[in-house]
Design a protein around this ligand. Structure first.
Ligand SMILES: *Cc1c(COP(=O)(O)O)cnc(C)c1O
Length: 386
């Protein structure tokens, strides 16, 4: 049986005609940059996520970067985040010359642990800046905000995180790159931060055919700043540059693809619940893998279905031999990545993240996975453990 990790071909078989028609429309009007599809997509997604404003951008990474830029983050600032995420989350903080301050994760959800966040925020106030790694020429730092990540499609605990933020005058950015379509206590993912950022990388729950992202906020002045940053810090026009910005635009072609995919997105999210439920049933009694847990009051977008096991090397090797694709998100926590060695961390600093990085693996997950295919996959997982 040939099994894909993510199956964009089956999605194309379903909506390929609409996608092609939408692309044809763009070829017809020729407005490849900031065409009408961009505005339509922004309006549709602002409404979908119950956000005041949506700004279409060039990628999920740029969405996070621009969110931090809109908050005025720079050298001397500290931003709290998880060590267990895709590298982009910490990268954007470092790129702006600010300092990423890692906080360990909850072992059940793999998201930022609010109890540890509270301690870390309090501790930073008492740290001697001289003992802390800072960019050249920077002599102090100021706790400015938090980037929480909704890992694998399940949102972080925003009630607790927002409370800590309010008590300490910090902003909250939601990294919703994996959670578009998820719910937290009835609220939509992408509406849970002061600013929220998502990605439309092809493998994400809502993916385009290239790079793309979106920034969401309820604050009109933030939305205005984001639109300016998106076009080189433009003022009244793009040759009037009132701040330092970037080229952060989404291509019209990608918006056209996303508008087509939006038609079936709600159904796909429901299908993902069915697929995850079947995996839970098939693997729930298995004693050498731990199934993912979605906390009360949350609905995951199921970007990934990730298992924990003490014998990962053996299981992955065995599944590979059966032609079943797997992936490891993430083999190394960010505080141990060589590019971030300047932060001075060592093994043992964030034990929960390190433990997860050593045990986690993800199995095929997409809305078009059949029960038969899942029997095949889980049957081999059970065999591999014996
Ligand atoms: C994918 C991802 C990003 C980056 O999105 P791109 O569109 O690939 O730039 C950021 N954060 C997380 C958690 C992601 O999964």
């Amino acid at each position: 049986m040939k099994i894909n990790f993510i199956d964009l071909e089956r999605q194309q078989a379903r909506i390929g005609d609409v996608i092609r028609k939408n692309i044809e429309n763009v070829l017809g009007h020729g407005k490849y940059i900031m065409g009408p599809e961009i505005v339509e997509l922004e309006e549709r997604l602002a409404s979908y996520t119950d956000s005041g404003y949506a700004v279409a951008v060039s990628s999920g990474t740029d969405a996070l970067l621009m969110a931090l830029m809109a908050c005025g983050v720079g050298p001397g600032d500290a931003v709290f985040t998880t060590p267990f995420s895709f590298i982009a989350t910490a990268e954007v903080i470092a790129l702006l010359g600010a300092t990423p301050v890692f906080v360990d994760i909850d072992p059940v959800t793999f998201n930022l642990d609010p109890a540890k966040l509270k301690l870390a925020v309090a501790a930073l106030k008492n740290v001697d800046p001289a003992s802390y790694p800072l960019p050249e020429g920077v002599s102090g730092f100021k706790p400015r905000g938090i980037i929480a990540v909704d890992l694998f499609g399940q949102t972080a605990d925003y009630d607790a995180i927002q409370q800590i933020a309010r008590e300490n005058d910090l902003f909250v950015i939601e990294d919703a790159a994996q959670s578009f379509g998820a719910l937290y206590k009835g609220k939509k993912a992408c509406s849970l931060g002061d600013i929220s950022a998502t990605s439309f990388f092809p493998a994400k729950p809502l993916g385009c055919y290239g790079d793309g992202g979106m920034v969401f906020t309820d604050d009109e002045s933030v939305a205005q700043r984001l639109r300016s940053i998106r076009v080189h810090g433009k003022g009244s026009n793009k040759y009037d540059n009132i701040r330092v910005g970037i080229n952060g635009r989404m291509d019209t072609m990608q918006a056209a693809v996303l508008l087509a995919k939006l038609e079936v997105f709600d159904d796909e999210i429901e299908q993902r619940q069915v697929v995850a439920g079947r995996y839970n049933d098939m693997l729930g009694a298995c004693d050498f893998v731990r199934c993912p847990v979605v906390k009360e009051g949350r609905k995951s977008a199921w970007a990934q279905y990730s298992l924990l096991t003490d014998s990962r090397d053996e299981v992955l090797e065995c599944l590979k031999n059966e032609g079943i694709p797997t992936a490891v998100y993430y083999p190394s926590p960010m505080h141990l990545q060589p590019g971030y060695a300047y932060l001075g961390h060592e093994k043992g600093d964030f034990p929960v993240a390190e433990d997860a990085a050593g045990k986690i693996f993800s199995i095929p997950m997409h809305p078009y996975l059949s029960g038969e295919e899942q029997e095949y996959i889980t049957g081999h997982i059970l065999n591999c453990g014996n």
